[in-house]
Ligand binder design. Structure first.
Ligand SMILES: Nc1ncnc2c1ncn2[C@@H]1O[C@H](COP(=O)(O)OP(=O)(O)OP(=O)(O)O)[C@@H](O)[C@H]1O
Length: 244
């Protein structure tokens, strides 16, 4: 049997929150190995769509079809939604990435630990291996959380504002790691607000506005010249519902 070329497909998906429709009739395909930026104003429904994609919010109408097995799907919510005060070290967190496929109660093998060390090395957090999560900066915490998804060998990675409260060095490392993951066949859906980060990371853009979803190529919303000013203007126009 041939490998699927589409990791995720939405067909006329409608989602509600608290009894109110948030998104109506959103459709589109997310090819294997693609990075989709999810863009929209506050309250446009980005987190709602991610919850729908991950199956924790049931559709009102329409369908979500995901070709990636459950144990290879990872969802990184907004940092604010995470309680990282429990006593766990960076290494312990990274190693929990084994749980979905290996089980939480079985011990880790030497090969698991070796992989965990390689991942921490790649993310530049080896020195922090034994540091409790509660003592990390925003960028360090985000690197550790991404380490967990690498350990999991995630094939679908859904990220809600992964660069919020993250220092520029961490943004650079994480952008490279995300691109590497995509090159190796992972499919990423990333909520982004910064157009420069979008330009560096995304292959395609799904804009949510007025409850609808519309697809764009990054170059449609990121003109090559005068990037900061033009991006902002174009994004604002898109979000107000007008085509470029
Ligand atoms: N648990 C909930 N109960 C009721 N309404 C909710 C709930 N969660 C979200 N909403 C509402 O659904 C709408 C979409 O919210 P959502 O969090 O998906 O937006 P967003 O685009 O992710 O926003 P932001 O950029 O601020 O994170 C908003 O009007 C929000 O108030």
């Amino acid at each position: 049997m041939s490998e699927p070329t589409v990791a995720l497909a939405l067909d006329e998906l409608s989602l509600a929150q608290g009894g109110r429709m948030v998104l109506e009739g959103v459709s589109g395909e997310f090819p294997v190995g693609s990075v989709t930026a999810l863009v929209g104003a506050n309250g446009a429904g980005k987190s709602t769509l991610l919850a729908g994609i991950m199956g924790v919010l049931a559709p009102i109408t329409g369908t979500v079809h995901c070709a990636v097995p459950k144990e290879r799907r990872a969802w990184l919510p907004q940092q604010l939604a995470l309680d990282l005060s429990f006593p766990m070290s960076v290494e312990e967190l990274v190693m929990t990435g084994c749980w979905p496929s290996h089980g939480a109660l079985r011990g880790y093998s030497r090969a698991h630990y070796r992989r965990g060390r390689e991942i921490m090395e790649r993310l530049g957090i080896s020195e922090l291996a034994h540091r409790p999560l509660g003592e990390l900066s925003g960028g360090q915490r985000q690197r550790a959380l991404i380490g967990r998804t690498l350990m999991q060998q995630a094939e679908l990675l859904v990220l809600d504002e992964p660069f919020a409260n993250v220092d520029s060095a961490s943004v650079e490392v994480l952008t490279e790691v995300f691109r590497e993951m995509a090159a190796q066949g992972a499919t990423l859906v990333v909520v982004l607000h910064d157009m420069q980060q979008l330009a560096q990371l995304a292959d395609r853009v799904l804009v949510l506005a007025e409850g609808r979803g519309e697809w764009f190529a990054p170059e449609e919303i990121i003109p090559a010249h005068d990037i900061h000013q033009r991006c902002l203007q174009t994004a604002q126009r898109l979000l107000s519902g007008a085509r470029p």
